[in-house]
Design a protein around this ligand. Structure first.
Ligand SMILES: Nc1ncnc2c1ncn2[C@@H]1O[C@H](COP(=O)(O)OP(=O)(O)OP(=O)(O)O)[C@@H](O)[C@H]1O
Ligand SMILES: [Mg+2]
Length: 246
């Protein structure tokens, strides 16, 4: 039996208040344990799409997550099941200390103090940021902010991870650590990224969007080998695939 879809989009369109149509009839499903990349040029609609998955933008008829429509009454549950890392880490960190930020989700889930402390320690350890617990998030470097933003989500132990440009700003060691961490998880993954080497390493499936529409939805290696298609949409074939085929 095929695993159940955890993310279901049926004709999702979205227009911002200034009239910009960011999404135009997007439909796809992501099943449990799939690792899917969302790629496309600047302004394609990747972030707008991801923001629909935990109800920052709500469309209850076009979006179902973990078998629930994204409605206001379902939001708390959806947000505990779907961990979302925003493109801008400053949107994610709002508490006075790193500890408080990472503890925020687990506390809201009603977990006890010892369990919360354990989750905070484990999550900061996993992203290489142990020891920063008492620091003010706004004093962190941008790469440290990114890593702590990822920890805030890991601490909730979500079923689905939706990551918007998760490695931008990370140094090579931080990037490698995150890739290995994500590889070791069982979770369902949707990653929007311009880092196509990361996509190739982590994701078996790749969805290319441009101008708010799906252009291609293929196995990642196949899509990322198609240089003309990638170039037509502002992207480049990853170096590792160029070398292996020269
Ligand atoms: N708050 C907003 N108000 C008006 N238009 C917006 C807003 N946010 C995004 N847009 C527009 O919506 C479109 C899609 O933007 P989005 O941020 O989803 O693209 P993206 O694929 O994530 O791009 P990038 O690769 O640069 O992160 C763009 O044309 C953008 O200008
Ligand atoms: Mg974006």
């Amino acid at each position: 039996m095929r695993p159940e879809p955890l993310i279901e989009l049926h004709g999702l369109s979205f227009t911002y208040s200034d009239g910009t149509q960011a999404l135009d009839g997007i439909s796809f499903q992501i099943r449990r344990s799939e690792r899917v990349a969302l790629i496309g040029p600047n302004g394609a609609g990747k972030s707008t799409l991801i923001l629909h998955l935990n109800g920052i933008y709500r469309n209850a008829t076009a979006v179902r997550v973990c078998e629930m429509p994204v409605t206001k009454p379902n939001l708390a549950e959806i947000r505990s099941l779907v961990g979302m890392v925003f493109q801008n880490a400053d949107d994610q960190l709002f508490m006075p200390t790193v500890f408080d930020d990472v503890a925020f989700g687990p506390l809201n889930m009603g977990l006890g103090a010892d369990e919360v402390r354990r989750r905070v320690t484990d999550a900061l350890d996993a992203v290489g940021m142990a020891g920063l617990e008492n620091k003010a998030p706004y004093h962190l470097s941008s790469g440290q902010k990114r890593a702590v933003a990822i920890a805030t989500v890991l601490a909730m132990d979500p079923q689905v991870l939706a990551l918007d440009e998760p490695v931008s700003g990370l140094d090579p060691r931080g990037r490698r650590r995150l890739i290995e961490l994500l590889k070791s998880f069982e979770v369902t993954l949707l990653i929007a990224s311009h880092d196509l080497e990361l996509v190739l390493e982590l994701c078996e499936r790749c969805i290319l969007i441009d101008n708010g529409r799906i252009i291609a939805d293929f196995p990642a290696r196949e899509l990322l080998s198609d240089a003309p298609l990638l170039e037509a949409h502002g992207l480049e074939k990853p170096w590792s695939l160029r070398r292996s085929q020269e």
